[in-house]
Write a protein that binds this ligand. Structure first.
Ligand code: SF4
Length: 438
C-alpha cells in the first residue's frame, strides 16, 4: 500500500525491504561481536483480522467469518511467552499492537497480552503502549477500556476527511466517525495520539491535499504519520486503475504533495523526525524509533517480523525472524510448538550494518558517529563513505551530509532517500567485498 519510503514502520513488516544487488546472507561473514543491546527489546503484536478489505491494501490481513478471538488471544500469549524466553530480554521498552485491525480485539485480549509480558519481564509504567485504531463507532466505544488496561498511545487510521474518498478506498468509517474518535482519544491520552493521513489518492490534487491537511492539523494531536498511497498488484484499486475507472496522481504530483505536506506540517509546529513522521512536544513514537535506531524487537502474531539475539539457543548474533503468515496455520504451529516462526536468518555483520544504515537514514538526524560505532567499531562512517566518488557527488549536490555529527540527508535529500540508499549500500558492500565490489 505504501512505498518503501512511506511504508508504516510499525506494520507487520517493519524490517528491511531488500534492495537489489545485495549479497545474500549466506555469503556474508558473521558479525564478530553483536552490539551489546541484548537486554532490552520492543514488542510488536500483529492482529491479522479486518472487517473488510480496503481497496488498496496488500497487508497481511484476513476477513474472518468466525469469531476465534479466544483462540487468537491464547496463541498470542503463548507466542509472546516463548519468544520472550528465547530472547532472554529483561525489559520490554514499548509495545505496539498493529494489524490488520487490532481495535477489533476485545480490551481483555490486549490486557492478557500485556499481563503475559509483565509476568515475564519488566514492562515499566513508562513504557509506550500503542494500539492502532480504525475510527469506527465500535473502535471508539472501546478506547476507554483499552486505556484502562494499559494502552497509553493511540494511532488512528483517519487517512482522509473526504467521505467520498473514504468510501471509494473501502474504509469502514466516515469523516465524522474519525473526528469523534480522535476527540475521544485525545481526551484519554493527551499528547499520545497519532493520526495516519494518506496522500496520492485517486483524483487528488496538490491544492485539495493542502486544504485537507490544514483542516486535519486543526483537530489532530501531537503526532502525524504521512503515507503515500501506492498501487499494489492484486488489490481492487489496481484493477480499477488498469480498467481506467480510476486515475492516480502522477509521480511528479505526489512528490509535490509530499513537499507541500512537509512545509505545511512545519508551519503548524510539527518537526519532521523521519521520512513519514512528524511530532511536536516531544511526542515522537518511541516504538518506531527503536526500529530506526537498530534496537532489538520481537514480533508476535501471524506474519510479524523480529530482530533479536536468541540467547536461549546459545546464539551470539542477531536473527531476522518471520512468523507464519496465514492465521490458521500460525495458530496450529503455536499450539504445537509454542511459536509460529517460519523463517530464521542469522544476520551477518554486513547485513546488520545494512539495516542500521537503511533504517537510520530514514531519520532526519540520520546516524551519528557514536551510534554507528556501536555496530561497527572497526570502520567509521568516514572510513566507509568518505572516500567514495559516488558519495562525494551526493555530498556536493547537498542531498547528503557527512560531518562531525554523522551521516544524514538534507531537507531535499530526505525526499530522494530511496534513490540515494543504493549508492550508500554499494559503498558499504564494496568495503566488505573489495575484490568483487565496483
Ligand atoms: S483496515 Fe488496514 S489492514 Fe485492514 S484492509 Fe484496511 S488498510 Fe488493510
Amino acid at each position: 500500500m505504501i512505498t518503501h519510503m512511506f511504508r508504516k514502520a510499525s506494520c507487520f513488516s517493519p524490517g528491511l525491504r531488500r534492495f537489489s544487488g545485495l549479497k545474500v546472507t549466506e555469503h556474508v561473514p558473521e558479525s564478530p561481536a553483536s552490539p551489546r543491546l541484548t537486554e532490552q527489546a520492543s514488542l510488536y503484536v500483529h492482529w491479522p483480522y479486518c472487517l473488510r478489505r480496503c481497496t488498496y491494501c496488500n497487508f497481511n490481513k484476513y476477513v474472518s467469518k468466525e469469531n476465534n478471538e479466544d483462540i487468537m488471544a491464547k496463541c498470542l500469549q503463548r507466542e509472546t511467552e516463548t519468544l520472550l524466553q528465547l530472547s532472554q530480554v529483561s525489559c520490554i521498552t514499548s509495545v505496539f499492537f498493529g494489524g490488520g485491525t487490532p481495535s477489533l480485539a476485545h480490551p481483555s485480549t490486549i490486557a492478557k497480552i500485556l499481563e503475559t509480558v509483565s509476568k515475564q519481564v519488566n514492562l515499566s509504567d513508562e513504557a509506550e503502549v500503542t494500539l492502532e485504531v480504525n475510527p469506527t463507532p465500535v473502535g471508539m466505544s472501546k478506547l476507554k477500556d483499552y486505556h484502562h488496561v494499559g494502552v497509553n498511545r493511540f494511532s488512528i487510521g483517519v487517512q482522509s476527511l473526504q467521505d467520498k474518498d473514504l468510501k471509494s478506498l473501502g474504509r469502514d468509517h466516515n469523516s465524522l466517525d474519525a473526528l469523534q474518535t480522535l476527540a475521544e482519544a485525545r481526551k484519554l491520552c493527551p499528547g499520545g495520539v497519532s493520526v495516519d493521513i494518506m496522500f496520492g489518492r485517486p483524483n487528488q490534487t496538490t491544492d485539495l491535499w493542502s486544504r485537507e491537511l490544514s483542516e486535519m492539523l486543526r483537530v489532530c494531536d501531537d503526532h502525524v504519520s504521512l503515507y503515500q498511497l501506492t498501487l499494489e498488484r492484486g488489490t481492487q484499486l489496481f484493477k480499477q486503475v488498469q480498467s481506467g475507472q480510476v486515475t492516480m496522481p502522477t509521480e511528479e504530483i505526489t512528490a509535490e504533495m509530499y513537499q507541500c505536506a512537509r512545509t505545511t506540517l512545519q508551519q503548524h509546529g510539527f518537526q519532521q523526525y523521519e521520512v513519514s513522521n512528524f511530532a511536536k512536544n516531544n511526542s515522537e513514537s518511541r516504538h518506531n524509533l527503536s526500529y530506526w535506531t537498530g534496537k532489538q524487537y520481537i514480533g508476535v502474531g501471524p506474519g510479524a517480523h523480529g530482530r533479536f539475539v536468541p540467547l536461549g539457543e546459545g546464539g551470539v548474533t542477531r536473527e531476522a525472524r518471520t512468523q507464519t503468515l496465514e492465521p490458521d496455520v500460525w495458530i496450529r504451529e503455536v499450539r504445537q510448538r509454542g511459536h509460529g516462526t517460519r523463517r530464521r536468518i542469522q544476520l551477518g555483520h554486513l547485513e546488520l550494518l545494512e539495516e542500521v544504515l537503511v533504517m537510520g537514514m530514514r531519520m532526519t538526524k540520520g546516524i551519528n558517529h557514536k551510534h554507528w560505532e556501536l555496530f561497527s567499531p572497526e570502520l567509521s562512517l568516514l572510513e566507509i563513505f568518505g572516500g567514495s566518488l559516488a558519495v562525494q557527488e551526493l555530498l556536493q549536490s547537498g542531498l547528503l551530509i557527512l560531518d562531525d555529527r554523522g551521516l544524514r540527508c538534507s531537507w531535499d535529500g530526505l525526499a530522494l532517500l530511496d534513490s540515494m540508499l543504493p549508492v550508500l549500500l554499494v559503498e558499504l558492500d564494496r568495503i566488505f567485498f573489495p575484490k568483487t565490489g565496483s
